[in-house]
Design a protein around this ligand. Structure first.
Ligand SMILES: [Zn+2]
Length: 469
């Protein structure tokens, strides 16, 4: 009724209504309604909620400050007249992405050094993730002291255009036997069960986010592999301290042992050696339905494609990368080699075998480490495309990238678009359930209820001023 008083010339009904109100109420109703910046009704989009509500056509959702307060079909969601209205007709909305495996700080363009690990560089990586619709990122091991400090600072006072920054801290590995340089010296080097327990206790004191990262990998015989009694002690101590554990382990024999030792999840799929999942592994996964696998297919992306991936030509890549950086994404092998590798089919077969036993998939892309490159943000989109190429449905890839990864990281306010959740979502120009490559047709990104200033970020990175978007 207040809207009627404001918008239309007075009719008998309105005059009657006004007469029934107090004088003060009617005069305030007649004054122009000041839209509230902290209350916004988004209307008209196809909404992929990723929760029990499914996909809602011609949806509406109301956001108050940083929180989604109502979700439904247009007309069912009630908003006061002072709510700001945003018309999203023709658009598709999905929850923002949760990247469960990245490494911030070490990359700066083509440069990959420990000297790059600065506050400014980590913030730049966070901006790049936000630009591409990432709401939270787990820096999965190899953190340095400055990273902990910045995590603490951002947790206390979040800054715009950055996702939630989580860290697994340093992680632990054999002395000088962890990740490839320049991350190599960051983890705790441990070679006895007692050292492993002490490292876990220190990580607890540093208030790492949820996971102790454990490297079990001999790097093709180049380094000594972490022994079973050492990682078993680390897992047991982590659980005693209320923490979970995730591992970098590729060889199937090691995967079986570390699963039996109680690991909570795999930071990569278990098939560097190309071994097919055997019955014993399948049985282990069946026994442990909460065991998860973060599909970092990105690092073996070119083994999935028997042809040039369509994303090489994607306009989104050209928004933040140089032609030389994009060219580095191409398969360095000849097309014949690519086809031969694909026909081996190790990666798609592995994904489908894990899917068949109902393994819970999360999304990671290892961006910032050796294989992940400098492709912060965009790599998560290419990861989703790779998941579908390897045999997941678009809906399964979206679930891995949003709801599942939020659950894996224990982020109860992220991963779906639903009442009570943080208002973190991506507005797309096309439907990713039709074609997963549409996740890259980004019209806008909202984090904690605020639009990410993508035009300003793009201008900063490219030096070019462009139309807003
Ligand atoms: Zn990694």
């Amino acid at each position: 009724m207040a809207r009627s008083c404001q918008r239309r010339s007075p009719t008998v009904a309105v005059l009657l209504a006004c007469a029934l109100m107090t004088a003060a109420a009617c005069s305030s109703a007649q004054a122009p309604v000041q839209p509230r910046a902290d209350l916004t009704l988004f209307e008209g989009a196809r909404l992929i909620t990723m929760d029990a509500a499914g996909t809602i056509e011609d949806a509406a959702f109301l956001v108050e400050r940083d929180t989604i307060v109502q979700v439904g079909r247009r007309g069912e969601v009630t908003a006061p007249p002072e709510a700001t209205r945003v018309d999203l007709s023709g658009k598709t909305v999905m929850p923002a992405i949760i990247n469960a495996h990245s490494h911030l700080g070490y990359r700066r363009g083509a440069s990959f050094t420990a000297e790059n690990y600065t506050r400014e560089n980590i913030l730049d990586h966070l901006n790049r993730l936000a630009y591409h619709g990432v709401a939270a990122v787990m820096s999965m091991g190899a953190e340095r002291p400055l990273g902990y400090a910045l995590r603490n600072e951002l947790r206390k006072s979040p800054v715009p255009d950055t996702p939630l920054f989580l860290t697994a801290g340093q992680g632990l590995a054999m002395p000088n036997g962890g990740p490839a340089p320049p991350l190599r010296d960051a983890p705790y080097g441990v070679s006895t069960p007692a050292e492993a327990r002490k490292a876990v206790q220190e990580l607890r004191d540093k208030q790492i986010d949820r996971y102790v990262k454990i490297w079990v990998d001999d790097r093709g015989g180049m380094v000594k592999k972490l022994p079973r009694d050492v990682y078993a002690a680390a897992i047991e101590e982590a659980h005693a301290q209320g923490l979970l554990t995730v591992t970098h382990t590729f060889e199937l024999a090691d995967v079986k042992e570390i699963v039996k030792a109680g690991i909570d999840g795999l930071a990569h799929p278990p098939w560097r050696s190309g071994a097919a999942l055997d019955e014993e592994t399948v049985a282990l996964f069946k026994e442990r339905p909460n065991l998860f696998v973060i599909l970092t297919l990105w690092s073996t992306r070119n083994d999935i494609y028997g042809r040039r991936p369509v994303w090489i030509d994607d306009p989104l890549l050209r928004e933040t990368f140089t032609p030389a950086e994009i060219a580095m994404l191409e398969n360095p092998a000849t097309p014949e080699d690519a086809r031969a590798r694909w026909q081996g089919g190790v990666v798609p077969r592995g994904v489908q075998a894990l899917k068949a036993v109902g393994v819970r998939f999360g999304l990671g892309d290892d961006s910032g480490a050796t294989n992940g490159g400098f492709y912060f943000g965009v790599a998560s989109h290419l990861e989703m495309a790779s998941m579908v190429e390897a045999g997941l449905t678009p809906a399964e890839a979206l679930a891995a990238a949003t709801r599942n990864s939020a659950e894996i990281l224990g982020l109860s306010r992220l991963g779906t678009v639903a009442p009570g959740k943080s208002a973190d979502f991506i507005v797309l120009d096309a439907n990713p359930l039709d074609d997963i490559n549409n996740t890259r047709r980004i019209a806008a990104v909202y984090l904690r209820g605020a639009a990410v200033n993508r035009a300003a970020l793009r201008e900063r990175w490219t030096g070019r001023s462009t139309a807003s978007r």
